[in-house]
Ligand binder design. Structure first.
Ligand code: SF4
Ligand code: SF4
Length: 173
């Protein structure tokens, strides 16, 4: 079985290329927080950015089976991920510094099957609510770490000589 290292797997099977889930009526939406009232496409840039829970799991290196497209996460983080805060250290310049870093979009969110099940973008795309520990719900950016759903304390940084095959883990999914 041949596997290639990647930040952004290309062959993953689609989860739900289907249209966004049905939304509540306009009246009901007025009482809902934006992530329940809006589709991913309807969010403002600020709302979109705030939807990221800061778990850091999508920034882990992955191994993609070249034949089947099956994706395995590793406990090795992209070199630009701060493994303490789980945030990108050079977010504004990331595309220049790490060319294979891909900007998540509503369409991409719906077209890959490897985003962690806890990922807020995936949850909204599937018509689900956020978990209690999401900073938008708790009001505290630490709760994603306190709940044990982030990469904090579990990963090492990408560097030369690390064998990703030895670092495969299942918890990020
Ligand atoms: S997996 Fe989703 S919620 Fe977590 S850091 Fe990545 S984009 Fe943000
Ligand atoms: S460049 Fe930044 S946003 Fe992109 S994968 Fe690396 S840490 Fe994540």
């Amino acid at each position: 079985m041949a596997r290639r290292p990647t930040r952004w797997p290309s062959k993953s099977a689609a989860t739900s290329e289907a249209a966004p889930p049905a939304r509540p009526g306009r009246k009901a939406r007025a009482d809902l927080p934006f992530w329940r009232a809006k589709t991913l496409e309807e969010m403002t840039k600020a709302e979109w950015e705030s939807l990221c829970d800061g778990c850091g799991k999508c920034c882990l290196m992955k191994l993609e089976d070249v034949d089947t497209g099956r994706v395995s996460f590793t406990a090795v983080a992209c070199r630009l991920l701060d493994v303490g805060t789980c945030r990108c250290k050079r977010y504004a310049e990331r595309k220049k510094l790490v060319p294979d870093c891909v900007q998540l979009t509503p369409a991409l969110t719906r077209s890959v099957d490897w985003l962690p099940r806890s990922c807020a973008y995936r949850l909204v795309a599937e018509g689900k609510d956020l978990f209690w520990w999401h900073p938008l719900k708790s009001g505290d950016p630490e709760t994603v770490h306190l709940a044990g759903v982030s990469a904090r304390g579990r990963v090492t940084s990408e560097r030369r000589g690390l064998d990703l095959e030895d670092r495969i883990v299942s918890w990020p999914k």
